[in-house]
Design a protein around this ligand. Structure first.
Ligand code: BES
Ligand code: MN
Ligand code: ZN
Length: 489
């Protein structure tokens, strides 16, 4: 797994700043007040920081932005990074500043001198999140080196406050690695193996093979994977950090390791992007990792359906009718609408086995959600205002875009089949809603449920606030916060 940048916290030592190699970052408020360490650097550089603060360049900086001065005289540093941050900065600005530093660090050392320990951990978190590169397949990639030292007034307090955030960064990195990994490497078996490794963190992990899935009657899930040489699997991860007997929150992920469309084959252009079609399962895995790492005081189960959607002589045909674990029959009109066929069986299994207090599924489910919301927001569908609003609040606090979409009988009616209980597609109009409507047929009355369509946000073609282009890890922060604010005792 891609490692986090090593970040440690130490007491401020103004003398050490002069002899420090690598980059040195200091804080100046938007109205031009230099923090103590910034004043120290200013003296060392014979007023260079103050001259910069008095310039037009600084006037253009917005809170959370960083400007660098290369090879400062009077110091051994390669650069001084001036962070523009108000005393009462928002969490978002602090993370943004950290992310800017993470981008600048490269593979060198960095000293971050921040007065008044307040939210030092948010800067460190932003830095850790942005300092990510997916390099396992670059033969010229250098071993990561360099470390970050954060100098602040109360390093013990900062170390403790940063720990849960760094757990979330680690979970996010796991999600990004999984989503970025190509499908010849991340087969269903490799995916399951990587999840089993998390037993070392105190998670209980079980892998259900095809025989077990057949025994449970998960025929719609198996119908998706039957054209592939990679065996379909369901992996169940349990984190029992809460009170014994407390009903868990269930997280369900779509894990299509590659989606060719099956017999309803996708066009060639852009098909390579379908390596990210396991994004929902990736977020579930990363969230379980974060919860285990920060020892969340809650019971949470994560279930992922791992399959590959391939055409072959053994693949599902359009027109086939299959029976779900629930017992409802599905007429498969389009084998490319496969995610819902995977999720419906895993959702049903999760409810039968765990009777969860709430259920959240995540899936790169529809291209239509990208048409509707672009890459800014995930589509949120829910049968329960309380759980839904709690999630929207958590996502909002973490700066992860999420927008609620409708559900309703008229959409459900679009799934009627002539020969089976339902079709697997509802036609072109409202494609994301009919997909959600399909899933809702597999939610038991009384189970609060959210469906997150993350097709637009799981992987993007340009840098975001906290991630370089590629897999974002969208959702790990929001889900971890949802658990912290609503499910922890
Ligand atoms: N995995 C795709 C959805 C997708 C598209 C994810 C683009 C990420 C980026 C999904 O399985 C799919 O193929 N959906 C079809 C549904 C249609 C056949 C009803 C789609 O969106 O076109
Ligand atoms: Mn598909
Ligand atoms: Zn898919």
């Amino acid at each position: 797994m891609t490692d986090l940048t090593p970040i440690s916290f130490a007491a401020t030592d103004l003398d050490a700043i002069a002899t420090r190699k690598g980059r040195v970052a200091v804080v100046v408020t938007p109205d031009g007040k230099l923090e103590q360490s910034a004043r120290r650097v200013n003296r060392l550089t014979k007023g260079a920081v103050q001259r910069f603060v008095d310039s037009d360049g600084f006037a253009k900086l917005k809170p959370g932005e960083v400007m660098s001065m290369a090879w400062p005289a009077g110091m051994e540093a390669t650069a001084v990074d001036v962070i523009c941050l108000a005393r009462n900065h928002s969490v978002e600005d602090a993370r943004k500043a950290g992310a800017a530093l993470g981008k600048l660090r490269g593979s060198g050392d960095m000293l971050l001198a921040v007065d008044g320990a307040r939210r030092v951990q948010e800067i460190a978190f932003g830095l850790a999140m942005r300092d990510y590169a997916f390099t396992p397949h670059k033969t010229d990639a250098k071993d990561a080196d360099g470390a970050v030292v954060v100098m602040c007034s109360r390093p013990e307090v900062a170390t403790e406050a940063a720990a849960p955030l760094l757990a979330i960064a680690e979970g996010t990195f796991m999600t990004r690695d999984l989503v970025n990994e190509p499908a010849n490497v991340l087969t269903t078996t490799e995916f399951a193996d990587r999840l089993v490794e998390m037993e070392a963190l105190g998670l209980k992990v079980e892998v259900l093979d095809e025989d077990a899935l057949a025994k449970f009657g998960m025929r719609t899930l198996l119908s998706v994977g039957q054209g592939s040489d990679s065996p379909s699997k369901v992996v169940v991860m349990q984190w029992n950090g809460g009170a014994e007997g407390d009903a868990p929150l269930a997280l369900i992920g779509k894990g299509v390791v590659f989606d060719t469309g099956g017999i309803s084959l996708k066009p060639a252009g852009g098909m390579e992007d379908m390596t990210m079609d396991m994004g929902g399962a990736g977020v579930v895995a990363g969230t379980m990792r974060a919860l285990a790492r920060r020892k969340a005081k809650a019971n949470v189960v994560g279930l992922v359906g791992l399959v590959e959607n391939m055409p072959s002589g053994n693949a599902t045909r359009p027109g086939d009718v299959v029976t779900s674990m629930k017992g409802d029959t599905v007429e498969i009109i389009n084998t490319d609408a496969e995610g819902r066929l995977v999720l419906c069986d895993v959702m049903w299994y999760a409810q039968e086995r765990f009777e969860p207090a709430g259920m959240i599924d995540l899936a790169t489910l529809t291209g239509a959600i990208i048409i509707g919301l672009g890459h800014e927001n995930a589509g949120v569908f829910s049968n329960d205002d309380t759980l839904c609003n709690a999630f929207l609040k958590a996502a909002g606090n973490e700066g992860e875009g999420a927008w609620r979409m409708p559900l309703g009988q008229a959409y459900d009616d679009m799934l009627k089949s002539r020969i089976a209980d339902m079709k697997n597609i509802g036609g072109r109009p409202a494609g994301s809603v009919t997909a959600a409507q399909f899933l809702q047929r597999f939610v038991k009355p009384g189970t609060p449920w959210i469906h997150l369509d993350i097709a637009g946000v799981a992987s993007v073609k340009s840098d975001t606030a906290l991630a370089p282009k590629g897999a974002t890890g969208w959702g790990v922060m929001a889900l971890s916060r949802l658990v912290a604010d609503n499910f922890e005792s």
